[in-house]
Every structure is written in structure tokens, then in C-alpha cells.
Design a protein around this ligand. Sequence first.
Ligand code: NAD
Ligand code: IPM
Ligand code: MN
Length: 346
Amino acid sequence: SRSIRLAVIPGDGIGQEVVAEGLKVLGAALPSGTKVETTEYDLGARRWHATGETLPDSVLEELKGHDAILLGAVGDPSVPSGVLERGLLLKLRFAFDHHVNLRPGKLFPGVKSPLAGEPQIDFVVVREGTEGPYVGNGGTLRAGTPHEVATEVSLNTAFGIERVVRDAYRRAAARPRKKLTLVHKNNVLVHAGHLWSSIFARVGQEFPEVTTDYLHVDAATIFFVTQPERFDVIVTDNLFGDILTDLAAAVTGGIGLAASGNINPSGDFPSMFEPVHGSAPDIAGQGKADPTATVLSVAMLLEHLGLAEEAARIEAAVAADLAERIDGPVRSTSQIGDALAARVAG
Ligand code: NAD
Ligand code: IPM
Ligand code: MN
């Protein structure tokens, strides 16, 4: 018998609501003989108001003893923007070296896309997760004066690019279409762009079976809307990947369906799974949030832990549920979670 040590960080807003449903479905999916020991961590706006802490070192240490982390969302209108996003979520991604931020973009059968026709969308964005403009390399000068200056310098290392690019090539090589698209902006961001492009070309020599393509990020947004079929695997910078994956969610049925995994491929630290969306203060506490993105993130978590069959059962349950949604009534967060758990169990 096996036991999974799972750390759970519901976080803020709808994070609390969707994680509860994700755990329901996880419970229903576990094979007999496998147990999950969850430890829930009270982190986010409440904790910050009460103690001033975002992610204490002691908690960071404890988290290391887990097999994986399930996170809801962080961020709250009552907390200055960036405090929780940087001090909790990004701190975790950086501390646990989550350099592969995996974000599938898949249009399930029967789901209505805002795009014309019936597009076939099935790609995965490999977003770099530990570098780029996210590193906090910047500052403010002459604050509060008319001459205030702000910098936010993007950090790109050959080491960091090479490892995520190679990971993306491996994923592309393992898929039927074997196609990898690099997205950057090497016509303007020439320093970082050159480093990405040259490493992309060099690592590509190890994968002759993979077809490659390059798009500037602005053009990529056009093709996400007009020709999403052209994408199989996409590899890109941290910030471009953030923006592209909200767009990917929008064209595949909405942000309520978009799952993600922050992967540490070496296994030195626990990987973390979370919906792509945020804490959605506009609908928090109303039972309106769609928990499907979190449920699909739980499937990614199980797959990562080697429970591929259970992950596939969850995906199949989601697919079946989505196929019936078009004509169905609007359901609450917990009604959707209950329905998915019942399908997985049954
Ligand atoms: P958001 O993703 O929270 O919300 C954008 C829109 O999508 C809102 O209208 C919201 O109601 C809707 N939405 C989001 N998730 C939904 C769901 N599951 N079901 C139905 N509708 C859903 O993005 P935002 O408004 O830009 O950010 C709100 C807060 O969340 C901010 O503090 C931001 O920093 C934070 N944030 C956190 C994460 C994260 O924890 N990973 C991600 C994005 C934003
Ligand atoms: C996401 C979010 C985060 C990001 C923020 C909240 C730090 O938008 O997970 O997509 O930009 O990565
Ligand atoms: Mn985002």
C-alpha cells in the first residue's frame, strides 16, 4: 500500500472553493491501497493580515517533505498587489525550482469555443517558470517625483533556457505530431531573443524527428485565434507564457477549465499543481467558480506521481461532464465537483 503526502494551499477567494472540489475528486480517484495524507496550509490574505507572513521559512521547509502541492489561488483586493503573488506563489515556484510550467490548451469535444467553426485545439505550452521578468530584478528611483524611474530587468540564463527547451523537445518528440514552436520577440528583445533562438536551434539537433517553428509573440496571439490547430508544443519565456495561456484558456472554453503544473523534473522538490486562473474576487464566496480547472490539475498531479490510469479516469470524467454541459442547467461549484467525483467513482 502506498501513501501520498499532499500539501494543500487553498489560498484566497475562489481558491478555497475550487480546492475543496479538487480534493473530493482526488478522493474518488484513488486506487484501493493508496492513501493520501493531506496537510492543509493556511497561507494567503488571512494569514498576512493576522501575522504579516506570506510564506514563513518553517512552512517552506515542511513543504519539502511532501510528494506534491495542490494550490488554489492567491491574491486579494485587501492586500497590496504583488505581496502575495510574489511573496507566496512566486516564492514557491522559485524556491522549488519549478522551471517547467506546463499548461495544456485543449478543446474538449462538445465545449463551445468563441472561435469560428469547429477548431481542433490540442497543444501544450511549456512556460519557463523561474526566470525572465519575474525574477524581481529591478527597482524604483526618485520615487514619488515626476522623474520616477522603474526598471524590471528580464533575466535569461543559458542554463535556464537550455533545460526548459530540452524538456519541451522531449515532450514534442513524445507526441504524435512532434512539432515544437518557440515563441519570443527576437526582433526587438534582441539579447534575450538571440539566446533563446540559438539554444533552441542547438538543442534541436538532438531531436531531428521534431519539426520546429518560430513565432514572435504578437503574431502568436493572432494564430491562437485564427489557426490554433498549428500548435502542438510551444516553448516560451515566463511572461509571454503567462499571457498566452490565459488566451489559450479563453479559446478552449474559458479560464475555468485551464489546468497547470509547476514541475521540478529532477524531483529534488515537490511539484505544484494549480488552476491557471486567479482568486477571482468578483465571484468569490458565491459558489459560481468552475472547479474543473482544479480537477484537471489534480489529474496532472496524479500523472506526475505515476498514477496515469487514475489521471486518465479524471480526464474522462471531465470530458463526459463537459459534453453534457451545453444543454444543462447552470451548476454551482460543489454541484460540478460532486458530479465529477461521482463519475470518477462510478
Ligand atoms: P482571475 O483569473 O482571478 O479572474 C479573471 C476573470 O475570470 C474574472 O472575471 C473571474 O471571475 C473569472 N474566473 C477566474 N476563475 C474562474 C473560475 N474557476 N470559474 C469561473 N470564472 C472564473 O484574474 P484577475 O482578476 O486578474 O486576478 C485576481 C487576483 O488573482 C489577483 O490578485 C491576481 O494577482 C491573482 N492571480 C492569482 C493567480 C494564482 O494564484 N495562480 C493567477 C492569476 C491571478
Ligand atoms: C499565473 C498567475 C501568476 C503568474 C501571478 C499571480 C504571479 O498569473 O499563475 O498565471 O503571473 O504566473
Ligand atoms: Mn496568469
